[in-house]
Ligand binder design. Sequence first.
Ligand code: ATP
Ligand code: MG
Ligand code: FE
Length: 355
Amino acid sequence: GPVLAIESSCDETACAILSAEGVCLAQRIVSQDGHADFGGVVPEIAARAHLALLPGLVQATLKDAGLTPQEIGFVAASTGPGLIGGLIVGASFAKGLALSLGKPFVAVNHVEAHALTARLPGLVPGGAAFPYLLLLVSGGHCQCIAVEGVGHYRKLGGTIDDAAGEAFDKVAKMLGLGWPGGPALEKLAQSGNSQAIPLPRPLMGRPGCDFSFSGLKTALSQKLAPYGLEPLPHQFAADLAASFQQAVADVVADRVSNALKMMPEAGLLVAAGGVAANSVLRARLEEVAASAGLRFAAPPLRLCTDNAVMVGWAALETCHEAAERGLPQPDDATVRPRPRWPLEDMAARFAPQES
Ligand code: ATP
Ligand code: MG
Ligand code: FE
């Protein structure tokens, strides 16, 4: 039967229902609005909001799909990594629902869900067959991951300080653009000159595919220092935004092209996470993929940022993989949410059972 999936690891509260084949039957998402005044996600506010929103959201999603709760085959939820309060709310709700219906509960790794999104039926022309390289660039993550199969991931590199989205948000804040800053910064950059202000490109040209953004952020703050508390001239702000965006795109392109060299077996480059919405970055990634003779794919924005469709899909892939291997279907009623959950740990799901 269909899967009902819940996402609550950060500040989106989401529910989706997918058919057993992975067709989305209905989905609802609320991007919580109580955080902007604080300039970032406040975990306690997020957890309370998930608790207030989930019952109505789940009911509405079932109604949209035209299904009764009894027609659901199983329930899934993100149980990590993420903000622990929100994860506990979402997972407890999902487990309670599963228990009351007598159906299984499947725990989903949120980053694995991002990693498998490109495999949703119909999303990438020709499909996203394993193995592929995933660039995950969001508010909380910045990693290159070799996606070798369901449950089989290898982190090739990641940020040693800020995530890419975090850097966009902090720079946007310095430019007085509010939060979340990525989209506003991209818009401002359109009227700026990306060559106008020289900025460093941390780690560019170095081996490997780790990332660093804090030096770039510091360099930018030094350019702003002479203005003190005065408002920035519009053109200067636009030039800074464009120059920053260009520096990030240059660095990411360099790192991803190294990652592709570390993974010569990759057949596809996939980008996911909110920053993958950035059109300058997307264009650069397309070039990088093309020069390696690969296709580039990025899910549409609503599936790049946090959503429950990817959670349902990851649960379906997990069940399918277990069946393929002749293993029992997962029932994770006793799995506890966890703020950290490395992708490397996922292979254990499919390891031979010890009795
Ligand atoms: P995570 O998924 O890692 O837990 P998150 O929920 O903050 O974190 P997403 O919702 O995937 O991440 O993405 C939000 C981030 O994407 C924010 O940092 C936002 O500024 C950034 N972002 C969104 N659109 C753009 C854009 N056009 N250009 C640059 N950054 C963007
Ligand atoms: Mg978000
Ligand atoms: Fe996410």
